[in-house]
Design a protein around this ligand. Structure first.
Ligand SMILES: Nc1ncnc2c1ncn2[C@@H]1O[C@H](COP(=O)(O)OP(=O)(O)OP(=O)(O)O)[C@@H](O)[C@H]1O
Length: 605
């Protein structure tokens, strides 16, 4: 796998966790949205103006109907009204047609702005991912990236392409209708607005605890999907040990919690949302307008003709409220999502070095290296060692001693807290990312194969490798014969789980990937731990090809595999407690000798 820095990563990195990473900065509530939308502000302005114009045009047919009725009802002799009626018919038809065109153009501009913005955001995010520390991805970062790239971008799409136009259109429709009704009769217009306000107030009451309920529902949803993923991921354990009951119990509890949260929300809001629906129904508005209107007519303040606009235009007002509320919700969600997007983009990454240096050679030096995941408790402390080109350095020690941590500092999955790591005399922090990672080949226990052809999976080590170089690497890694027997040879597609390849074959494939990279420094996590004897022998042969002449750092668990190493670094509780060759360390009778005796009794090799 080519990691986010473009390294020749031939498997997953060592177990790592939460990196020391500052919390995302607090962003101004509207600031993030404004900044993200600034480049398309003119398109959005155009979208809003067209949407508003469309709303006004959409009102024209209703106003025309009301005006025609007023003209006809007022005239004692209707013969002279034909021209006026004709004009209003023209206005109505023109309004309806103009609305179609304006709404279409507004939607086009909105979708154009949407495509531009989302494209720009996606590109920025993907570029930014390239500078984020790999350790962050392995902690919680991947989930955050997935959420931003799916859910948050979808909310942004809703905001830009739909909600903005909806809110502006609905608000303009309400305002234009109100202005028209005020012109006809301001008192009755106020009655219409009062009904609208009541409707909005009851909506607000119905939605007042929405935030809390939505949070509860989302939390339950999260637990449901976590339990489902846990069940699917752990299906082997579930089936082997019958552990499904515990996971299913968690799933059940989460589903019950979801149902309960939904029930509580519905129960709490049933009265207020029914009231909102009732107040907002055309029948209610019609009834109120009729009562208030007839009262005005009977008291002589209004003519029957002037009541008609309230019945034709007034009762349409509530239908604009719903899109306005939906649109406003879309704007709120989009604003929150814009905050998430900016928080991801603001997350501190590795800066390009101010004074870049290139490695001169492949000597690796650990110079009083200290690193703490949480910035406080060090996982490795003041470790100094030098690994010469053409030699093998083994890292050994009890579980949790800091072996994987030390190895993960070399490709800068994390940066040292104190001290320095140098490659060919250059501090790894000063080496440009591509140069650093092209000098390293990493082979870890968890093999990661991409959903691509066998050839491309090997070529990930070096994208410019020719077909012949890919084949040569496969031959060196003792995997060529296996590939030839696959249905489509090197063009066979592999699933993420390696398709039809065995564990040992998959490991040899990743070793071929590391070989094709040609990187002069090889970092190995004892890659053969989980293999049977035959596979292990094949993988060991492949490794011998990979490491020949390189600077090799190997994290070893079974000491017989590294007894021939040029130097063995023994770590304990993050400190370097012994260093030397196998026989020297045995002679010292310290931790290494005790570990060796525990694994091999008295045997020397
Ligand atoms: N991502 C992480 N976040 C916080 N602490 C961690 C993380 N990864 C490892 N540690 C801690 O750092 C210390 C060193 O762990 P590390 O994995 O480097 O040891 P190791 O020698 O490789 O162990 P093993 O042989 O079991 O793989 C341990 O105390 C471990 O709990």
């Amino acid at each position: 796998m080519r990691d986010t820095h473009g390294s020749h990563l031939s498997g997953a990195p060592p177990r790592t966790g939460a990196p020391v990473d500052p919390s995302p900065p607090r962003l101004a509530r509207f600031g993030a949205l404004t900044r993200l939308l600034w480049p398309v502000r003119l398109h959005l302005l155009g979208c809003a103006v067209l949407s508003a114009a469309g709303a006004v045009a959409g009102l024209a047919p209703y106003v025309a109907v009301a005006e025609i009725a007023r003209v006809v009802l007022r005239a004692e002799d209707t013969t002279g009204t034909a021209d006026t009626v004709g004009s209003w018919v023209g206005v109505g038809v023109a309004g309806a047609c103009a609305r179609l065109v304006l709404v279409f153009l507004s939607s086009r501009l909105g979708h154009y702005a949407d495509a531009e913005t989302l494209h720009a955001i996606r590109v920025r995010i993907v570029r930014h991912l390239g500078v984020l520390p790999l350790g962050w991805f392995r902690a919680s970062g991947s989930a955050a990236v997935k959420k931003v790239m799916t859910q948050d971008l979808e909310e942004m799409h809703q905001l830009i392409a739909h909600a903005l136009g909806e809110v502006v259109g609905a608000a303009t429709a309400i305002a234009a209708a109100f202005v028209y009704l005020v012109v006809v009769d301001w008192r009755l217009a106020l009655v219409a607005v009062a009904v609208l306000l009541l409707m909005a107030a009851s909506f607000k009451i119905a939605m007042r605890s929405a935030g809390m309920h939505i949070a509860r529902l989302l939390a339950a949803e999260g637990r449901i999907s976590a339990a489902s993923v846990e069940y699917a991921d752990g299906i082997t354990v579930v089936k082997t040990f019958g552990a499904g009951g515990t996971i299913l119990a968690r799933f059940d509890a989460a589903v019950r919690e979801y149902t309960e949260a939904m029930r509580a929300w519905v129960t709490e809001t049933q009265v207020s949302s029914a009231a909102a629906r009732l107040l907002g129904s055309e029948m209610t508005v019609f009834g109120v307008m009729m009562i208030a209107g007839m009262w005005s007519v009977s008291s002589g303040r209004l003519t029957t003709a002037d009541l008609l606009p309230f019945l034709v235009v007034g009762i349409g007002l509530p239908t604009s409220i719903v899109p306005a509320i939906h649109g406003a919700q879309g704007l709120r969600k989009g604003r929150v999502s814009a905050g998430h997007i900016e928080a991801l983009l603001a997350r501190a990454g590795f800066e390009a070095p101010a004074h870049p240096q290139l490695p001169r050679g492949a000597r690796v030096e650990f110079d009083r290296v200290t690193f703490a995941y949480d910035g406080v408790t060090p996982a490795v402390v003041e470790i100094s060692a030098t690994c010469e080109p053409g030699t093998v350095t083994a890292l050994v020690g009890p579980s949790g001693a800091g072996k994987s941590t030390l190895a993960s500092l070399l490709p800068r999955f994390y940066d040292v807290t104190a001290g320095a790591i140098r490659i060919g005399g250059a501090d790894v922090r000063a080496i440009p990312a591509t140069a650093l990672l092209s000098s390293l080949a990493l082979v870890f226990q968890d093999v990661v194969l991409l959903r691509d052809t066998v050839a491309e999976n090997i070529r990930l080590g070096r994208m410019t490798a020719t077909d012949e170089e890919v084949r040569a690497a496969a031959r060196a890694a003792q995997i060529d014969g296996v590939i030839q027997r696959l249905p489509r040879g090197y063009d066979t597609m592999l699933g993420e789980d390696g398709g039809g390849l065995s564990g040992g074959e998959r490991q040899r494939l990743t070793i071929a990937r590391a070989i094709v990279s040609g990187a002069p420094i090889v970092v190995l996590d004892e890659a053969t731990a989980a293999l049977d004897a035959d596979s292990e022998a094949a993988v060991q042969d492949a490794l011998a090809e990979l490491i020949a002449g390189k600077t090799v750092i190997v994290i070893a668990h079974r000491l017989h595999t590294i007894a021939g190493a040029d130097q063995i670094l023994v770590l304990d509780a993050g400190r370097l407690v012994e260093a030397g060759e196998h026989r020297e360390l045995l002679a010292q009778g310290g931790l290494y000798a005790r570990m060796w005796r525990a694994q091999h009794g008295g045997a020397l090799v």
